[in-house]
Design a protein around this ligand. Structure first.
Ligand SMILES: [Zn+2]
Length: 171
């Protein structure tokens, strides 16, 4: 087994829709950035790549790549999962903490878990998402942006048939 830690931060950009964990979060400014700005998925991708030791999101999906402008980060996550499974590892579980004064994460946490779990080839219960305020401190406290921490556990795939059966059953 191996673990990976991912961190990402983005400034809010009121001209963009907010997407977090692959889910649309209406009623709040979106996040600036080269892709769709989904800091949750970016942190999870970096944790995945770190767990297996195959680089970082900046290496694989550089923000200088014009094809990635406005990209759906779910596509990037699916690519990262393919690379992880290509190294003979499968995801065991993911734990995500979103640090922001707003929006509230709790009402969207289940949808985020389910969306990410499908791409990660795990059951929704294996993907935990929580929100945490920064108690008014610093740039997060001033509502300038959002930070995300993600931890991922992966295990080596001993039996590909078991993995494929688990993917088919959604768990
Ligand atoms: Zn990012």
């Amino acid at each position: 087994m191996r673990i990976g830690l991912g961190y990402d931060s983005h400034p809010f950009d009121p001209s963009r829709p907010l997407r977090l964990g692959g889910v649309a979060v209406p009623g709040h400014a979106g996040l600036g950035g080269h892709s769709d700005g989904d800091a949750v998925l970016h942190a999870v991708i970096d944790a995945l790549l770190g767990a297996v030791g195959i680089g970082s999101i900046g290496d694989l999906f550089p923000d200088t790549d014009p094809e990635l402008a406005g990209a759906d980060s779910r596509v990037l996550l699916a690519d990262a999962v393919r690379r992880v499974e290509g190294e003979n590892y499968q995801v065991v579980n993911v734990d995500v903490t979103v640090v922001a004064e707003a929006p509230r994460i709790a009402p969207h946490a289940k949808a985020m878990s389910e969306t990410m779990a499908e791409t990660l080839h795990v059951a929704p219960g294996a993907v935990s998402v929580r929100g945490k305020s920064n108690e008014g401190l610093g740039w997060i406290g001033r509502g300038e942006g959002i930070a995300v921490l993600a931890v991922v556990l992966v295990d080596s795939i001993k039996d590909l048939d078991t993995l494929h059966a688990s993917i088919r059953s959604g768990g």
